[in-house]
Ligand binder design. Structure first.
Ligand code: FRU
Length: 574
């Protein structure tokens, strides 16, 4: 009894100590859609109550009568779904004013002064990021809170992999694009380091890349990290920022934007050092083409040429390019690969990653294939914005993709966070017939995180199977929800059917059967299962397929049907 009482007391005490505090002043209501709220900045955070189904409210934050920050968030009107933190440390200890405009039509009953946000907006010295979501992956990178899309500015330096990402710190839907920053020593376990590049007067911060400027070509210091990203304001322009503390904090270049164009879709700069010309190269997605530039100093870019007209798939906007030279497996040859993410236009609808193999002389990319040939990097529905790490060790080219699809990314059934990245993949090339193809092999780091061998499927595990001939593999839970995979040795295809995989009703575009060519025999299959995803690979990378699934309880059985014996090993991964 005493123990129970003391536990109760402790709980109460903890709750009171960390309990959020009410604001001192009531808001001023200035019209049906306009309010102002004064806030002191003595606490660390202001917790903003969010209701996902509301329209975005626009908040201008004033300090000393000047607008110092603007953001959009779905402030709660009826109910609070979750909270997001406004970091008050950003305002130098001075009081601030929130100037709030609500958007959207409302019924006359819901007068602004009754909105749920006023009762729930609070000060707090802590922000609770404990995981409360059953679909949060265990060994995939996710944002600690809020929305995430494309991986950005990825680089490796001194044993640390840096991953920036399109982050909305003020909600779990796309908005307020900011570069979040996570780091890892093994490409699997990530630590969130805070938001590194935040919106400014030129716009929100869209996708881009980072390089390690080893020879101080830009003049920001030897080994400075230089970032190039799209500032998305009234127009999309390219801006530069640099870091002299290994990517933790960035200083924006004073003469931004450094590159402009008349074309409205002009974004996602991806740059790399090209030894062959002793200069930097840059690719930019421009409508349905990739524009190629060169530079000696990362600030002044010379237009060289464009690639893409008439080549590959053009059913959507071209985005997030990457260009790299890769070895062709089993030869001494190397070829260039131009990665081109496209939305929509993917093989199963929505967004996907196509690529072109060819030659690049620092000025022009020449594709080896006929213009009508389209090649896909991953044959699932959830592989987008794939780009590679800069400066990876041992000549490696390691890519990560955003594991979602623009058709339904904002609707997937999570709240505290939205979206994960794929597992890391090492890229090489292989030949099949007259063509050269991109191989995506699970990075060797994935072997290092294999845990104990287990008898049955667990919510986060890897399954390794030796397939000799046709096979049907079914992941199933007690409710009969299932993912059905089929290997057809004759047709040389592998397919995944997620029609009855669990929760699918959040979007009519979610149910799908995805089919991949296996380019010869699929001997060893590797399946990576992690709470809300299944990624299937041929062990040599000749087939990759990434799909989300939302089972109401984890799959706990793997049913294998094949004429031949299939050796199956399951490793748990934590
Ligand atoms: C791709 C993309 C990029 C853009 C970013 C904005 O998913 O549309 O082209 O920079 O997302 O968040």
């Amino acid at each position: 009894m005493m123990k129970l009482l003391s536990t109760l007391f402790l709980l109460l005490f903890q709750t009171t100590v960390s309990f959020a505090q009410r604001l001192e002043k009531s808001p001023a209501f200035l019209g049906e859609k306009h309010a102002m709220q004064q806030v002191n900045t003595a606490s660390r955070f202001l917790l903003l109550p969010i209701e996902e189904s509301q329209d975005n409210a626009h908040i201008s934050i004033l300090r000393d009568n000047q607008v110092v920050k603007q953001l959009n968030c779905r402030l709660a009107v009826n109910n609070v779904d979750y909270y997001v933190p406004l970091d008050l440390a950003d305002f130098s200890g001075k009081p601030i004013l929130l100037d709030i405009f609500f958007n959207g039509e409302r019924s006359r009953g819901d007068a602004i002064k009754n909105f749920a946000c006023w009762q729930n907006i609070n000060y707090s010295d802590t922000f609770d990021t404990a995981n409360r979501e059953k679909f949060r992956p265990v060994y995939h990178h996710t944002p600690v809170w809020g929305w995430m899309n494309d991986p950005n500015g990825m680089f490796y330096k001194d044993g640390v992999w840096h991953l920036y990402f399109q982050h909305n710190p003020y909600g779990s839907q796309w908005e307020n694009m900011t570069w979040g920053h996570s780091i890892s020593r093994d490409l699997v376990h990530w630590t969130f380091e805070g938001n590194a590049i935040v919106p400014d007067g030129l716009g929100t911060i869209f996708s881009g890349s980072c390089v390690v400027d080893k020879n101080n070509t830009a003049g920001f210091g030897k080994n400075a990290i230089v970032a190039l990203y799209t500032t998305a304001g009234a127009s999309q322009t390219q801006s530069l920022a640099y870091s002299t503390d290994d990517g933790k904090t960035f200083t924006k270049y004073e003469a931004n934007p450094i590159l402009t164009d008349e074309i409205p879709d002009f974004r996602d700069p991806n740059m790399f050092w090209n030894d062959e010309i002793g200069a930097w190269n840059l690719l930019l997605a421009a409508g349905q083409e990739m524009k190629i530039y060169s530079s000696k100093n990362l600030k002044d870019w010379k237009y060289e040429s464009s690639f893409g007209h008439g080549y590959g798939n053009h059913d959507g906007v071209w985005e997030c390019p990457d260009l790299m030279r890769l070895p062709v497996d089993g030869t001494n040859e190397q070829k260039w690969v131009l990665i081109c993410n496209i939305n929509p236009g993917g093989p199963f609808g929505g967004s996907a990653t196509q690529y072109f193999v060819g030659n690049f002389d620092g000025h022009r990319f020449v594709c080896d294939s006929e213009p009508q040939v389209t090649k896909w990097m991953d044959y699932g529905k959830d592989h987008y914005a794939a780009v590679s790490f800069s400066n990876a060790p041992d000549g490696r080219h390691v890519a990560l993709a955003w594991m979602s699809n623009w058709q339904y990314a904002n609707q997937v059934p999570t709240l505290q966070f939205r979206s994960a990245n794929s597992i890391p993949r090492d890229l090489t090339l292989f030949t099949d017939g007259a063509e050269t193809w991109l191989a995506s092999t699970p990075s060797p780091e994935m072997l290092g995180v294999r845990g104990a061998k287990v008898r049955n499927i667990t919510p986060s595990c890897e399954v390794v199977m030796n397939l000799k001939t046709d096979a049907t593999l079914t992941l199933r839970n007690a409710r009969g929800e299932e993912v059905v995979m089929k290997y057809d040795a004759g047709a040389q295809t592998f397919s995944m059917d997620r029609t009855r995989s669990g929760q699918t009703d959040f979007s009519s575009n979610f149910t799908a059967v995805t089919v991949a060519p296996t380019h010869g025999r699929l001997t060893t299959l590797r399946l990576f299962i992690d709470r809300c995803s299944v990624e299937a690979f041929d062990a040599d990378g000749k087939m990759a397929m990434s799909n989300l699934v939302f089972p109401s309880e984890p799959y706990n059985r793997l049913i294998v049907r094949s004429k031949n014996k299939v050796n199956t090993t399951i490793y748990s991964i934590y």
